[in-house]
Ligand binder design. Structure first.
Ligand code: SF4
Ligand code: SF4
Length: 387
């Protein structure tokens, strides 16, 4: 059996978090003595500089509790993360990480150096350039924030490791692997490369900040914070995400990275092999958790033979910047992998979008600090299953 721990935690209080995370590690049988004299890379979700209460980034108290446990057991903590557009420093400042990093003397390596890992299996995407600092660590602890996601339905353990790809390189991957299914398959290729393709294999743990997550139009400023009250832990990203999806009330077959991960037996060979340890999930499962409606319909759309730009405009939602919220900061333009966004023309108050170029990755919506990018349904989108 592959254990995934589920522990209740309803507040970001240091004592509660340390107890719950300690319990989570015990539930999956991870010995704390393993941290002794090890460099332990903590990988939070630093999507963008944002206030803690928006539930976009891994909560600083959650990061602190994990770092404290590692240190108390003789490990050295390294913060490993590379936001797409902003600097780590800026995300830390707005996200209230500064005092924690200082208190615990957390190392923050520069993100300039890249390392290469190869997927040992015959996959479409075999070679990935990732942060060199992650490869240097003895142990990696992935600290995802549990949120909905416009492209991949949820973002949790498997998707958070995409942040190991440096800065705007992530954008290029959206071009190489566009669409929900192909992008999710690429995420699984990357996870395989991380698990099996490093020169020296190392333990990789997933500790999910699900105390407060996001529902609706996550994972950025357009998402709605939602109390989930849970911490999950696992050693398999697919098994961890399977339990996370179940907790939110989703059918795992609607999450391509979970369904695809089980199909390729990535760390877990079937759903029946996953054992939820700790709390009874039936008692904790959320009611009326709002999915990202868009992602549920595009998972099916991808498989249709007419995923071509002409049809894309008819069958998928398009991102539309809203005049009343847009500040013309152009972070959307900076992240757009398709070069589909240009500066506003003349007296116009929003950037110009070219929907024939747009690949519907929704990165612009995810990154817009003003939640100014809305979705407008395609005229025939109602025909798509899941719409
Ligand atoms: S849509 Fe958002 S990200 Fe783009 S320019 Fe306007 S405020 Fe900035
Ligand atoms: S316009 Fe937005 S959704 Fe379209 S490709 Fe660019 S970032 Fe992605």
């Amino acid at each position: 059996m592959v254990p995934v721990s589920l522990v209740k935690c309803t507040e970001y209080r240091n004592d509660l978090l340390e107890d719950a995370i300690g319990q989570s590690l015990a539930n999956i049988g991870f010995p704390l003595a393993s941290f002794e004299n090890k460099n332990v890379a903590l990988k939070p979700n630093f999507l963008m500089a944002s206030a803690v209460e928006k539930a976009i980034i891994t909560h600083p108290a959650f990061f602190r509790a994990v770092a404290k446990i590692v240190q108390d057991h003789g490990g050295r903590v390294v913060l490993v993360e590379s936001p797409a557009v902003e600097s780590v420093k800026r995300v830390m400042k707005k996200g209230e990480y500064g005092p924690i990093v200082e208190e615990l003397d957390v190392m923050i390596p520069s993100n300039g150096r890249k390392g290469v890992i190869f997927n040992p299996d015959e996959r479409k995407f075999k070679r990935f350039e990732v942060l060199g600092s992650a490869l240097d660590a003895d142990i990696i602890i992935n600290l995802p924030k549990l949120k909905t996601h416009g492209l991949t339905a949820i973002t949790c353990a498997a998707k958070n490791l995409f942040g190991l790809i440096p800065g705007l390189d992530k954008s290029q991957w959206h071009m190489k692997a566009s669409g929900t299914v192909e992008f999710s398959e690429m995420i699984l290729d990357l996870n395989e490369a991380i698990l099996y393709g490093m020169k020296s294999q190392k333990p990789i743990l997933h500790l999910v900040d699900g105390v407060v997550g996001q529902e609706g139009k996550g994972p950025g400023p357009s998402g709605t914070p939602r109390k989930i009250g849970a911490i999950l832990a696992g050693t398999s990203p697919v098994a961890t995400d399977f339990v996370a999806a179940d907790l939110l009330g989703f059918d795992y077959r609607q999450i391509p990275s979970v369904a695809g991960g089980l199909e390729r037996k990535l760390g877990v060979s079937s759903a029946t092999e996953i054992e939820c340890v700790g709390e009874d999930i039936d008692r904790m499962r959320l009611e009326n958790f709002k999915p990202s409606k868009h992602s549920m319909s595009t998972a099916t759309y991808d498989r249709w033979p007419f995923n071509r730009k002409g049809f894309r405009n008819l069958f998928t939602s398009k991102p539309v910047p809203q005049v009343e919220k847009c500040t013309l900061c152009y972070q959307c333009k900076a992240i757009c992998p398709a070069g589909a966004i240009e500066k506003a023309e003349g007296s116009k108050k929003v950037p110009r979008y070219d929907y024939d170029k747009c690949i519907r990755c929704y990165c612009c919506m995810e990154i817009c600090p003003e939640a100014a990018v809305d979705l407008k349904s395609g005229v025939l989108e109602w025909m798509m299953p899941g719409s």
